[in-house]
Design a protein around this ligand. Sequence first.
Ligand code: GDP
Ligand code: MG
Length: 173
Amino acid sequence: MEPPLTPSFKVVIIGDENVGKTSLVRQLCEHKFETSQTPSRVVDFHIKPVELPDGWVKITIWDVAGPARFQVVRESFYPGCTAAALVFDLSTHITFDHLEGWLEEIRKVVPQIKILLVGNKKDIEHSSPVNLSTFLKKEVLIPYIETSAKTSEGVEEMFTLLANEAHSASKSQ
Ligand code: GDP
Ligand code: MG
């Protein structure tokens, strides 16, 4: 049972449009998956209790829309975030090429933010981006997980890792 007073952390999900950000949150919170594209609301948020080794925490997951034109609005949601899930689509390599831009955008607002890299759409046949290992060698502090919002593979684990990143960030402050 979740105790009434749990620490709460704001986390954000970022990455290109259509990589599956909204689908990952929906699979986590509602155990549902839809093949139709969800219209882009600028921001949506969900509260999820997560059990970590040293107790329960709550994460408020901010799902912000990906299109470039929303950048200014998006940036206004970043303050106060302790961790971010940076999502790309394993089957669409251009979304991987845009990761550096996303890191720059969020680190400009929250320099110390903890990042979790998420390769989504694992269920689709794909080859891994050629520069994935180079990226992870450069960004040694960024953990990486592969998920499928469709089959739910890795989804619980993704949000547990994200909550853990947020929790560890708050302990080191
Ligand atoms: P967002 O723009 O990043 O929020 O992406 P959405 O969650 O709206 O998903 C975009 C499209 O990709 C939708 O058609 C989803 O059904 C599809 N999609 C999302 N995640 C997956 C996945 O893991 N596997 C597959 N096959 N399709 C996915
Ligand atoms: Mg979305």
